[in-house]
Design a binder for this molecule. Structure first.
Ligand SMILES: Nc1nc2c(c(=O)[nH]1)N[C@H]1C(S)=C(S)[C@@H](COP(=O)(O)OP(=O)(O)OC[C@H]3O[C@@H](n4cnc5c(=O)[nH]c(N)nc54)[C@H](O)[C@@H]3O)O[C@H]1N2
Ligand SMILES: Nc1nc2c(c(=O)[nH]1)N[C@H]1C(S)=C(S)[C@@H](COP(=O)(O)OP(=O)(O)OC[C@H]3O[C@@H](n4cnc5c(=O)[nH]c(N)nc54)[C@H](O)[C@@H]3O)O[C@H]1N2
Ligand SMILES: [Mo]
Length: 762
């Protein structure tokens, strides 16, 4: 059987006998995703970049020519030979005149499934071959968590691989309290690919076992369970609610003092803040109600109920993609520590059930195949979400993890496998920052907003058009992704593109090491096999694997209980924190002396939130969550994504009460705006979102009109571009206030899916 794989599932590729083929989700996936069943569909293929293309002014006048015209002028198609010569020549110019530290190739993005043709690995390896580049650290997903969790309990990466499995929760958990639901829409994907979608089944298992499920947050459509209790709270106030619960546990002596003594450090310091002994307001349930809107008596009752039974507390990653996003991370661990059930089956905390499929998996963590990126001799970096700051403020200092660093002076930006005009906050600010570099090179499959704003666009092939190995951690499989069709037009794999460039720059041997695509797949597979063997798992030979197509690696799969060995013996299995214990108070973080991230979890007012509104201010809190019908901006033009739109625009979900106050009816086109930008969207009225809050998912292709108003519904024209705190500097996408009005009569048509103008060279 021939297979291919995507972040949202594995497909059988079935030949139709006439040279064409069909994709079918593998038969033993109990809950296949509806995203992208047909990657070859016309609406997608028509948006492909077909040939290398150069922005007209850049081609005519060279690097730095009319940067304000990026995105507003035609491209000229050129041959591969010419394009590679131009890119190589400009890389050499920048390296010679300004040094490798003026190349930004952090290149954040999910690209496609497949471990070899992985955009970031390819560009990083290539840049390392030619002397390095400015990289990014952390992710948009977990900006705050990646940094802080390692100080408190364990690095996010190891926690993710150690989440208590669904089968254990079904048997032992009695109460499941989640902040931000368990949205099955998100668990359609895992970075690298999903083998079997099991989250919906996991939640159904909890329900069947009679587990009490409580969902706390501004929306309730993020849990597939009609019987779950919903407690609406204002966005970004979860930390205050958790503090209120903690206060009750302490006052009523429901906390586990022994656990705090044996397994944690610093509870005393924290409790002085909790009770107000340190001079701050005590975190009483009434105090928490004032901030969050959750009634004090419900906070009291919830605390008592949680202490009385085996309780799993979960939070969505979105909570930390907000102003002071470090705090909910710290507070959920602190709260779970007070309940004393960390390391017991079905108790403790979860951090992302409902973010990707793999969380809650019982498949073994096996080191999979990797494409080696080499070593980067350039030391400077940026926190990933500080890209506009970097471009706008070269030479300026920024803080990160207790240190001071300087933004580099970037001349050339190189992007492979990501879409900053999808993922970054405050796109109008990015638009200004984007004018700074002299040259922007993008490898893309489709004419995305980022590709349109590049100087040089190189056409990349898709998973269907190349050979690869599919693998994702704790998904229990390896899949031979065998090429289903030749690359469209002049597209090439990123690897082939870099091989061509490496040849122009005389570094082909060190980049490719004499191997072609299949040579690399074989090497990566064999290396993974050796590592797996050390863990007691033996893989078939590469040839057998390639023939077989799909292999299970569920040996060693077993029930998982997070932090079980730590609980069994904290001296033999200490945590990788400075003290080896759970750090409810961190000497280290306190020693950084930061005003916006102190030595223990605490409540900080978000930059923008409903509690900060003066009377008469009718702004709404905008949540921009992950889209149900696509992956980020990928496949936005597909039939499945388009079917979710309202007259071609992204739906904005709002409470009927807020709609009525504005004379808006279901299906109207409305306008959202604030001081950063404006966009249109289609109103969708629902009681599953609390009054005062609206939800516009990410991923509608950015489509500004002549005045910069996005016509399509991209929330990132509205979101705020500052760091979570000076500690982690993560994205704060979920802290955003907007005005909303409508209906908009005669809105301009959406043009996001029209091709840019291409002219011939003259
Ligand atoms: N407001 C708001 N913004 C957010 C978020 C939010 O919650 N709210 N979430 C953030 C998060 S968590 C994330 S992870 C980011 C996601 O941001 P991105 O990962 O940048 O988004 P994608 O749309 O997946 O972009 C991947 C791009 O790579 C291209 N591509 C795919 N495969 C290949 C390949 O093999 N080669 C090449 N050259 N290109 C390829 C695709 O066509 C696509 O344009 O968005 C962030 N932005
Ligand atoms: N289909 C699909 N799945 C995806 C992705 C995708 O693009 N498409 N992206 C993937 C990626 S890269 C990531 S990082 C994960 C992200 O996973 P998450 O960050 O967890 O996902 P979100 O959908 O942004 O948010 C989850 C829920 O939290 C709610 N929420 C937002 N703010 C708050 C708050 O302040 N308090 C509370 N209590 N709730 C809040 C949102 O309304 C939403 O229902 O999803 C992954 N899964
Ligand atoms: Mo993400």
């Amino acid at each position: 059987m021939r297979y291919t794989s995507s972040h949202w599932g594995i497909y059988e590729v079935i030949e139709n006998g006439d040279g064409t083929f069909a994709q079918r989700p593998i038969s033993d996936d109990p809950d296949p995703s509806d995203i992208g069943h047909d990657l070859n569909q016309e609406s997608l293929q028509k948006l492909r970049v077909k040939q290398p293309a150069i922005r007209k002014s850049w081609l005519e006048s060279g690097p730095g020519a009319c940067p304000e015209k990026r995105g507003h002028e035609p491209f000229v198609e050129v041959s591969w030979g010419r394009a590679l010569e131009l890119v190589a020549g400009d890389l050499n110019r920048v390296r010679r005149d300004h040094g490798n530290q003026s190349i930004f190739a952090g290149s954040y993005g999910w690209a496609s499934a497949g471990r070899f043709h992985h955009g970031q690995s390819q560009v990083h390896r290539f840049m390392n071959t030619i002397g390095g580049y400015i990289r990014h650290v952390n992710t948009y997903s977990l900006g705050a968590a990646h940094l802080i969790m390692g100080y408190i309990v364990a690095p996010m990466k190891s926690l993710m691989a150690d989440h208590t499995s669904w089968d254990v929760m079904k048997e032992h958990t009695r109460m499941f309290v989640t902040f931000g639901g368990v949205p099955s829409k998100n668990t359609q994907v895992s970075p690298g690919g999903v083998r079997r979608h099991f989250t919906r089944g996991g939640m159904a298992g909890l329900r069947a076992a009679g587990v009490r499920i409580v969902n706390i947050g501004p929306v309730c459509d993020n849990l597939d369970d009609d019987e779950a209790e919903w407690i609406p709270i204002r966005p970004n106030t979860d930390t205050a609610v958790m503090l209120g619960i903690a206060y009750v546990l302490l006052q009523e002596d429901l906390h586990d003092a022994e656990f705090l003594q044996r397994y944690c450090v610093g509870f005393d310091r924290f409790s002085r803040y909790l009770t107000g002994e340190d001079g701050t307001p005590p975190c009483t349930p009434e105090w928490a109600e004032g901030i969050s809107g959750m009634p004090a008596e419900r906070i009291v009752q919830l605390a008592r109920d949680m202490a009385a039974t085996r309780t799993m507390i979960n939070m969505a990653w979105s909570l930390q993609r907000a102003s002071h996003g470090e705090q909910p991370c710290w507070m959920i661990v602190t709260l779970a520590a007070m309940l004393g059930q960390i390391g017991l089956p079905g108790g403790g905390f979860g951090f992302g059930y409902g973010t990707t499929n793999a969380l809650g998996s019982h498949y073994a963590a096996v080191p999979g195949p990797v494409f080696s990126q080499g070593r980067n001799p350039v030391e400077e970096f940026i926190p990933v979400a500080r890209i506009s700051d970097m471009l706008l403020k070269p030479g300026k200092e920024f803080e990160y993890e207790g240190g001071r660093h300087t933004y580099p002076d970037i001349r050339l930006v190189y992007w492979v496998g990501g879409n900053p005009y999808h993922h970054h906050q405050d796109l109008n600010r990015l638009e200004r920052a984007w004018r700074k570099p002299e040259t922007i090179v993008v490898h893309e499959q489709y004419w995305t907003a980022t590709a349109r704003r590049a100087d040089i666009v190189l056409p990349a092939s898709t998973v269907l058009e190349r050979n690869d190995i599919g693998f994702a951690n704790r998904e229990g499989h390896l899949v031979a992704m065998r090429k289903a069709m030749p690359p469209i037009a002049d597209a090439r794999s990123d690897f082939d593109i870099f091989c061509g460039l490496a040849e122009c720059m005389d570094v082909k041997d060190s980049f490719a090491e004499g191997l072609d695509e299949l040579g690399w797949l074989r090497r990566m597979y064999d290396e993974a096999g050796e590592r797996a063997l050390k863990g007691g798992i033996s893989l078939p030979s590469f040839d057998d694997f390639w023939e077989e197509g799909l292999i299970e690696i569920d040996e060693g799969a077993e029930a998982v209980v997070m932090l079980q060995s730590f609980r069994a013996n904290p001296d033999l299995s200490p945590l990788p924190t400075p003290s080896g214990r759970i750090e409810i108070f961190s000497e280290k973080i306190e020693s950084f002396g930061l005003a916006d991230c102190r030595g223990h979890a605490m409540w900080f007012e978000p930059h923008e939130w409903l509690g900060g509104l003066k009377s008469g201010d009718e702004r709404l809190h905008l949540l921009s969550d992950q889209p149900a019908r696509r992956l980020h901006s990928q496949l936005d033009a597909s039939a499945h994504s388009m079917a979710g739109k309202i007259r071609g625009r992204e739906p904005v979900y709002m409470n009927p009460h807020d709609a009525e106050a504005r004379n808006i009816r279901d299906g109207d086109i409305v306008e959202l705006w604030n001081e950063r930008g404006r966009c249109l969207a289609g109103a969708k009225l629902t009681d599953s979102i609390m009054p005062g809050v609206v939800r516009l998912s990410t991923g509608a292709w950015y489509d500004p009109d002549a005045d910069g108003r996005d016509k399509h519904g991209n929330p990132n024209v509205l979101t705020l571009d500052v760091g979570t705190s000076s500690f982690a500097q993560g994205s704060v996408a979920q802290s955003c206030l907007v005005h909303l009005s409508g209906p908009v009569e005669h809105p301009e048509p959406v043009t996001a899916f029209e091709l840019p103008e291409i002219v011939s060279a003259d």
